[in-house]
Each structure stands twice: as C-alpha cells, then as structure tokens.
Design a protein around this ligand. Structure first.
Ligand code: NIG
Ligand code: FE
Length: 409
C-alpha cells in the first residue's frame, strides 16, 4: 500500500475559508488536509481525490463543527507589570482617561510597574493573558513594547513577548512603541526623549532582532504628528513597517501620516476624517478597530464605519489588550463588540480577526483556509460563523492547530 499523502485529514467540517465571494467563503460538508505544517487541500468532502482512509495518516470526523483560520489578534499590549484596577474605579467615579494621564497616572503608572518587574516576573504575569487569548482561538498575536521607555525595560518586554510565542507554540509579532508616553524622568525634555527613542532605543532593539514593526501614540496626551514622523523615518531607514495609534481621542491627521509611509494599519480611529480614510484607501492601510477600548472608556463617538466601507478600506478587529483602556482577554468578544457597538456584520467582524488582521500584520501566509497557507486553524463547538460573535463569553474552542500541530488550550 502506498504512503498516505497527508499528515491529517479533517472531515465533515463546516469551513469558513474567507476565500471567494460566498458569505465567509463557507464550505458545508467540507474536508481540510494538513501536511508538513501547511494546508494541503480544502474543499467539499465529495470532491476528495480518493477514499479518506487512504489519503492521510490520521483522519477525524468533526460532525459538522465549524473550522475557521486561527484567529489573529493584531494589536495588543499584553506584556506589562501590575494592573490599573484602581484607575478603573477612578474612571467610574467620573475621572477621564486624559485627566488621569495628565495627573501622572495612566500609562506612566504601568511604566513604573513594568520597570520594577524582572523578566521572570513579567513573563509569569503576562503568559496567562496570552493563554486566555489562545484558549479563545488566537494562533497569531501582536505584542507591543511601550511600558519600559528605556532600553533595558523595552528589551525585557520584547524578550518576554517572543518567549510567550515559544512557550505556547503560537506566532508572536512585536512592535516598538517607544513613543507611547513621555517617561517621568524626561518631563520638560520631550525632544531629548524623542531623540533617545528614535536614535538609540529603536536601532538597538532592531539590531537585536526583537522588532517586526514600529508603532506610536499620536495624540494630545501622546506624541505630535512631527514626533511621529520622526520615528517613522527612522523605521523606514531600518526597513521596518509602521502602524499607528491614530485618532483615538482627537483628530491629529495621524491616519494620513501612517498612510503616507505605506503603513500596515491605523488603529482606533474614532475621530478619523474622510481625507484620512481616502489616504488609507490609496495606501492599502488597514483600519484596525478596537471596540474594547471604546467600551471601557465609554466612548460615544463611533469610528466612521460607513465611510470606511464606501472607500473600500479593509477593517480588522483586535483586543488592544492593555491594563488601562482595554483589559480584554477574548478576541471573539472583541468581534462580538464590533457587531453590537459598531454595527459590523458578523462576517465583517470575522474577516476582521482573520484575513484582514493578517494583512494588518503584513502576513500573507495565514488568515484564510486555502491550500498552501499555514495550517493554523480553530475548530469550534458551534456550527455557524455568526455564533462566534453572538455568544458572549463561554468557551467555544474545541481545538486549535498551529502549523499543523494541535496546541493545548
Ligand atoms: O491602545 N492609547 C494608547 N495606548 C493604549 C492604552 C495604553 C494604556 O492605557 O496603558 C491603547 O488604548
Ligand atoms: Fe493600543
């Protein structure tokens, strides 16, 4: 008897492929074959080239269970020390995020806690957050620096981010967010800090191979457009793609700036204007919406969804998992919030955590179920895509495959 051609064959699956024009690229009574870490075959069971038993070393029937690409969380800050539950309390009693930040709390309080944590402590505190995302179907995760704001602490955060990927067997992409907040020791010396971040921290961390992209917080309480321009120029010299926290609390024309640099994504975008949208559309910059932060800040201004659709800007959804504005540990919940709060359709939200999220990270080998893609899949306890957005909470994951291997969730 000849060798089976595939490692694993999953049968009787409902496949949300996100390929083609049908809703979610749905294939009912589908089959998907995994081989050497890649998807080798996808289609209807009745189109398989031979009897299943002869095709693969392992064959499993899923009884109609939904299979999606492994979910991709393209914007998180999940490596940090401490928490900000006390600030949550202050906000519930009327203080705004900006007021807390200006009073020396907010991001800076997490900077202090992160600087005080050893690499082991940071790893031990952050790992469970990544585990929670994985348990909810995430197989690729972006993690930003930005709570260290000096070389050793930024490096520690990034090393912990990479280690989380190795520990869990998932993909972690890292972004340098040196322009996140002005560190307390640089009060009244902004230019010196921007120079440090652009000319010392960024090149040093890039040289150590710890960075995949560069981000910044372009905002009244963050950094100006000019300062952001400066860090983007340095990123460009180093060959790193850029992305931006843009128009979260006010319109700084940041989306147009990141688009000018051919950026991967502009993120948040509640205060985005039409010229910014046009610039993003022309550059192919993805709009990453973060409903967790919208919810936690009790924001009322909606991102301009209709205009994003009209101009054909790809929309992704992420958790923004961070201790201040979005202590959210479920990407599926973010997708559900994008439907309820932003009125995305479940299909738009699910494209936002798969195919469009891959694009927001500049990754072309994942985010859909197609032959040749990485074998990153989530098998669910439900049968219809919309249920992933409809159920609030609970544990719907049956199995996650990363690079063709089942990982413990
Ligand atoms: O994406 N806005 C800036 N950065 C984070 C919040 C970080 C924090 O408050 O710790 C965000 O919302
Ligand atoms: Fe963020």
């Amino acid at each position: 008897m000849s060798e089976p051609r595939w490692d694993r064959l999953l049968l009787n699956a409902t496949l949300a492929t996100f390929v083609g024009d049908t809703p979610c690229g749905l294939v009912e009574r589908g089959a998907i074959a995994l081989h050497h870490g890649r998807i080798a075959w996808v289609g209807r069971m009745d189109e398989l080239p031979d009897a299943p038993g002869t095709l693969a070393a392992a064959v499993e029937s899923l009884d109609g269970a939904l299979v999606t690409p492994g979910l991709i969380d393209c914007h998180t800050h999940l490596v940090f020390g401490g928490d900000r539950a006390q600030e949550f309390d202050l906000r519930l009693n009327g203080a705004s995020y900006e007021e807390i930040a200006r009073a020396g709390g907010g991001i800076v309080s997490t900077v202090n806690a992160t600087r005080a944590a050893s690499e082991e402590q940071l790893f031990a505190q952050s790992l469970p957050r990544a585990q929670a995302l994985l348990a909810d179907g995430v197989s690729t995760l972006e993690i930003k620096s930005g709570y260290g704001l000096e070389l050793d602490s930024e490096r520690r955060m990034l090393r912990v981010a990479r280690r989380i990927g190795r520990e869990l067997g998932i993909s972690v992409r890292t972004s340098f967010l040196g322009l996140h907040a002005l560190p307390p020791e640089y009060t009244d010396r902004r230019d010196d800090y921007v120079a440090l971040a652009c000319d010392e921290l960024l090149p040093a961390l890039a040289a150590e191979g710890l960075l995949d992209a560069v981000d910044a917080f372009c905002e009244n309480i963050g950094f100006t457009r000019g300062e952001t321009h400066r860090v983007f120029e340095r990123a460009q010299q180093l060959g790193l793609p850029v992305k931006l926290h843009a128009e979260q609390l006010s319109d700084q024309d940041g989306a147009a700036l990141v688009a000018e640099f051919g950026g991967l994504s502009a993120d948040h975008l509640e205060y985005l204007s039409e010229p910014g949208i046009k610039a993003m559309a022309a550059a192919g910059t993805v709009a990453v919406l973060l409903p967790g932060a919208f919810y936690a800040l009790r924001e009322t201004k909606l991102p301009p969804i209709a205009l994003l659709r009209e101009h054909g800007v790809a929309i992704a959804i992420a958790t923004d998992c961070n201790p201040g504005t979005s202590p959210l540990l479920s990407l599926r919940m973010a997708a559900g919030m994008a439907c309820t709060l932003f009125r995305l359709t479940p299909e738009e939200a699910l494209r936002g955590v798969t195919v469009n999220a891959a694009r927001a990270l500049g990754l072309h080998d994942r985010g859909t179920l197609a032959a040749g893609q990485r074998a990153d899949l989530a098998v669910w306890k439900v049968k219809r895509p919309a249920e992933l957005c409809y159920w609030i909470g609970g544990s719907l994951v049956r199995e996650v495959y990363v690079g063709g291997e089942s990982v413990t969730v």
